[in-house]
Design a protein around this ligand. Structure first.
Ligand code: HEM
Length: 548
């Protein structure tokens, strides 16, 4: 008998056992219920009733445990996962996985260069360490979403039955609406922002950036990014430090931002508690932030219907009647294509996602860049010379492409310190893949940090900007660099992010000198949860004269 037949027979047997187990549990349960129901209350020694009650309760619990064990055994035989430290013997490692997550992700990639299954505090995770396998799952299977990440991040607001706001990493992909929104956002960036509004919007927020003798890098870059993303998402919103409502909105976003990234055992316990009780401070703040965005959308739609009331019957209201030309408009434009129809709550959730994800990610990337600027002052000086030689006085997306050294600096910093160190999606259905049979809702993690540090890179631990320049480019290993995700779920801003970051860094370096004000954190410190952020640190910025 071959192994496949044997496995099938074992599976059948266990299936049968599980079935019998359930039936027995029901029978015993029913028998006890009827025993209690049949007992004559008048004859009733009270003590006996209590005893019966406890016995019945105990047997129910026992049966539930038996059924759970049988189901567990059944699943073990039915599903086949890649090997890895996932045994109960490794439970201690699983519980402490988060504590040294960075090292764990790197070690696991060394021990299992292709793939392995790990038990983490948020459940089983199939860790993909090889670029080909990552592609097969993340590109070949566009229906993957990370529901468990939804549950884990405490900021997930169930804004509707079955729908969550997913901050940091956006949208559920099985849904038709997600595809059309993704496409609408990419088209909007390509057609309306690049070479058009984007340059002015970034210039304005760079001008307002509060750099000082001692500025908190994470906070400053967060406020810069939030304002930029808000102006691009909902351009009619008054974004000013004097606007009290906007100030509150920003502060609340910052509170959420601080709360969400921890990836610890305590955090899992807290998330579980808030799922059970529905009570969570972060969720409350999130609610409040969403209300704020809903108000903008109501105002916008109110304005639009007034405008369309004024146009005569022959005139069709199309996207050209929209005067704001922002992310919100691009979503409003695809309402007619949506199914089920996007309503105000859905739209607000998307806008909030864009603002939160964009600002979190930009904060992370810019914080790492400034940290590397002070850690590698000579490299930063080379970048500064380049921007000065190119007369790059103010942000311009398309000419950022020509800042070769500065662009290389950005790429190298995001290689060593990717803002998203592991991208987690989960499966919607059971499926067979290679020699495995994967259960639905299994988490898959693309081990980005390990890809970026793999032996395929020459001196992978070294901060070497030159690897991205000229002939050295040929030494860059294929498919081993992916700071913005993969496949259909790739970041909507992916094509332009390097130029965006290069232009921002270039402008900051043109006008400022940055120095440390105290000990600097190391790149392997900081929050390493779903996002990789440096710990809080401050720098001194000194304004440079326009021409040195
Ligand atoms: C350094 C900056 C950024 C980084 C590192 C980054 C990274 C990522 C990553 C890794 C994903 C994929 C998530 C997944 O597969 O689950 C993603 C998705 C996304 N990003 Fe970004 N991102 C950045 C900036 C931005 C900005 C500025 C925007 C603003 C428009 C943006 C909008 C989005 C959206 C809308 C998605 C979801 C796409 C979808 O699920 O269909 N990102 N980003």
């Amino acid at each position: 008998m071959n192994t496949e037949n044997l496995t099938e027979r074992v599976v059948e047997k266990v299936e049968l056992a599980a079935d019998v187990g359930t039936k027995v549990a029901n029978m015993v349960g029913n028998a006890f219920e009827s025993t209690i129901a049949d007992s004559d209350p008048s004859s009733g020694a009270e003590e006996e009733t209590i005893l019966n009650y406890f016995m019945s309760f105990g047997i129910h619990i026992l049966m539930v445990i038996i059924v759970i064990l049988l189901k567990w055994q059944y699943d073990r035989n039915r599903y086949r996962y890649p090997k890895g430290p996932r045994d109960w013997r490794d439970i201690k490692d699983a519980i402490s996985f988060h504590r040294k997550k960075r090292e764990n992700l790197l070690n696991l990639a060394t021990d299992y260069p292709d793939i392995c299954t790990v038990l983490t505090h948020s459940g089983r995770l199939v860790l993909l360490n090889d670029p080909t396998l990552i592609n097969e799952i993340f590109v070949g299977r566009a229906d993957l979403v990370s529901n468990k990440v939804d549950g884990f991040l405490e900021n997930q607001l169930r804004y509707k039955e079955g729908k969550h706001i997913r901050t940091g990493i956006v949208f559920r992909h099985q849904d038709h609406n997600v595809r059309i929104i993704h496409k609408a956002l990419v088209n909007h960036i390509d057609n309306n922002l690049v070479g058009k509004r984007l340059d002015l919007a970034v210039q304005e927020q760079l001008k307002n950036m509060r750099l000082s003798e001692n500025f908190d890098v994470r906070r400053t870059t967060f406020y810069f990014a939030t304002r930029l993303l808000t102006s691009l998402s909902c351009s009619s919103t008054p974004i000013s430090a004097d606007d009290k409502t906007f100030e509150l909105f920003e502060q609340n976003l910052y509170k959420i931002s601080k709360a969400i990234h921890a990836d610890t055992f305590q955090k899992s316990a807290k998330a579980m508690l808030s799922q059970l009780t529905g009570m969570s401070e972060t969720l409350d703040i999130n609610d409040n932030v969403l209300d704020y965005i809903t108000t903008w959308i109501k105002q916008r739609r109110g304005g639009e219907s007034k405008r369309s009331d004024n146009v005569n019957d022959e005139q069709v209201v199309t996207s050209t009647t929209k005067i704001n030309n922002d992310f919100l408009d691009s979503i409003l434009d695809v309402i007619d294509e949506s199914s089920p129809n996007l309503d105000e709550d859905d739209i607000a959730a998307c806008v909030l996602d864009i603002i939160m994800h964009g600002s979190e990610m930009l904060k992370g990337a810019l914080s790492w860049l400034l940290l590397y600027v002070v850690k590698y002052p000579e490299e930063a000086d080379t970048c500064r010379r380049e921007v000065r030689d190119n007369g790059y006085t103010k942000f311009n997306l398309s000419s950022a492409e020509s800042l070769v050294h500065t662009q290389a600096f950005v790429k190298e910093a995001l290689r060593l310190s990717p803002v998203v160190p592991i991208i987690i999606h989960s499966t919607l259905q059971d499926f067979k893949w290679r020699k495995f049979h994967i259960q639905k809702r299994t988490q898959f993690g693309a081990n980005i940090i390990a890809l970026h540090h793999s032996a395929a890179w020459k001196e992978s631990e070294k901060f070497d900007v030159t690897r991205w320049i000229g002939d050295n480019l040929s030494t860059i290993p294929a498919h081993s660099y992916s700071p913005f995700g993969f496949g259909p779920r790739v970041c909507v801003a992916e094509k332009h992010i390097f130029n965006l970051l290069t232009g921002i860094l270039g402008t900051l370096l043109y006008h400022n000198d940055f120095e440390k004000t105290g000990p600097l954190p190391e790149p392997n410190e900081g929050t390493f949860g779903l996002a990789n952020l440096p710990p809080k640190f401050s720098l001194k910025a000194t304004q440079l004269s326009s021409r040195s």
